[in-house]
Design a protein around this ligand. Structure first.
Ligand SMILES: [Ca+2]
Ligand SMILES: [Ca+2]
Ligand SMILES: [Ca+2]
Ligand SMILES: [Ca+2]
Length: 346
């Protein structure tokens, strides 16, 4: 979590530099479809680097996938992150894809892809690098990005775009990027029909943000579940003690009428502990732990009043804003926890 704090500090500084202009409306003067941003990396001018203390990053012109590309040599050592960003002037369309070619070698760390807007809101996506030295084409949709921190919770005029390499196993590696494009797509018609008490049906993994202890790994996927898709949390806690992986998402939570939450769960692999959390705006974290989960679907019912206060904030739940899950070590090792149909019961 240290990394997040460092990022917040860095981004607060950036947002001060860029001022506090607030813009609530998003005017769409752009054409209905088309390329909003394109970078072929014939030059690497304008890309700036940032790093946590003790980390190193060097940008150079690489071979690229098509013509030259951006080559990033990094060394996290045992620290947390390096970043490379560029100023942009972009009105983000309502529906888009962010495409780029990616090649990496070295250690298996995370790649973060980020938009930063005028008031400092950061929207991002975090993926595990596959450092196999092969070019792969990455396509991220609007749904793959979630609000991370800073500014307000809307993405307005984008002033910077960027990437970061953040710690999974740490150490060094090379990341190469080419053919970066942000392309507008036709507006989506939303056809989802979910009952109003379902907070998340896990048809997609939109909005879930991943955190891991040093050396631990977590990959979130959508797989066929109990009811349509479920979320599969594939984890590797290693054999060491005290490891954990976690994933959180923001929800509009109102516990004034009902305080009963339910979800479906199934566990495969290692014998480990599932933690369920409700997190307040000030960081007050309340939770409940579950052990001996079985390899068949079961429904868990939680009463918000019975959650235990764990840490953070003032110990009171005034403005609940996130729900989180975590897996912590009993025996460690690998496994998958499946979650489906998270609901606030009427
Ligand atoms: Ca190129
Ligand atoms: Ca904003
Ligand atoms: Ca589902
Ligand atoms: Ca509180």
């Amino acid at each position: 979590m240290n990394k997040s704090i460092i990022f917040i500090t860095m981004l607060l500084t950036l947002s001060l530099v860029f001022g506090q202009t607030k813009q609530q409306t998003q005017q769409n003067t752009q054409p209905a479809t088309g390329i909003h941003y394109s970078e072929k990396f014939d030059t690497i001018t304008g890309w700036k680097t940032y790093k946590a203390e003790g980390c190193n990053i060097k940008l150079s012109k690489g071979q690229g996938k098509d013509g030259a590309g951006l080559k990033v040599d990094y060394d996290l050592g045992d620290k947390d992150w390096v970043a490379f960003e560029k100023t942009a002037n972009l009105k983000l369309p309502e529906n888009f894809v962010w495409k780029f070619a990616l090649k990496s070698t070295g250690n298996e760390n995370y790649l973060e892809v980020k938009f930063i807007d005028k008031d400092g809101s950061v929207f991002g996506n975090k993926m595990l690098l596959s450092p196999d030295g092969k070019w792969q084409d990455i396509t991220l949709n609007y749904d793959d990005f979630s609000y991370w921190w800073g500014g307000d919770e809307n993405i307005n005029d984008v002033t910077r775009i960027g990437f970061a390499v953040s710690k999974n196993v740490g150490g060094s590696g090379i990341v190469e990027i080419d053919n970066l494009e942000i392309v507008e797509l036709p507006r989506k018609t939303i056809t989802k029909k979910v009952s109003p008490d379902v907070l998340d049906d896990f048809e997609d993994k939109r909005g879930w943000q991943v955190f891991t202890a040093e050396g631990a790994k977590l990959l979130l996927k959508n797989v066929p579940g109990k009811d349509g898709n479920a979320l599969a949390a594939q984890y590797d806690l290693t054999e060491e003690e005290g490891k954990w992986v976690a994933w959180n998402k923001r929800f509009q939570l109102d516990f004034t009428k009902t305080k009963t939450l339910k979800f479906l769960v199934k566990a495969e692999g290692g014998n480990n502990r599932l933690e369920f959390k409700v997190i307040d705006k000030d960081g007050s974290t309340f939770g409940q732990k579950f052990e001996d989960l079985e390899n068949k679907w079961q429904e868990i019912t939680i009463s918000v009043d019975e959650l235990e206060y764990w840490w953070g904030g003032d110990g009171e739940l005034q403005q609940p804003e996130k729900i989180g899950f975590a897996i912590s070590t009993i025996d460690g090792g690998k496994g998958t926890i499946y979650i489906d149909k998270l609901q606030l019961v009427k």
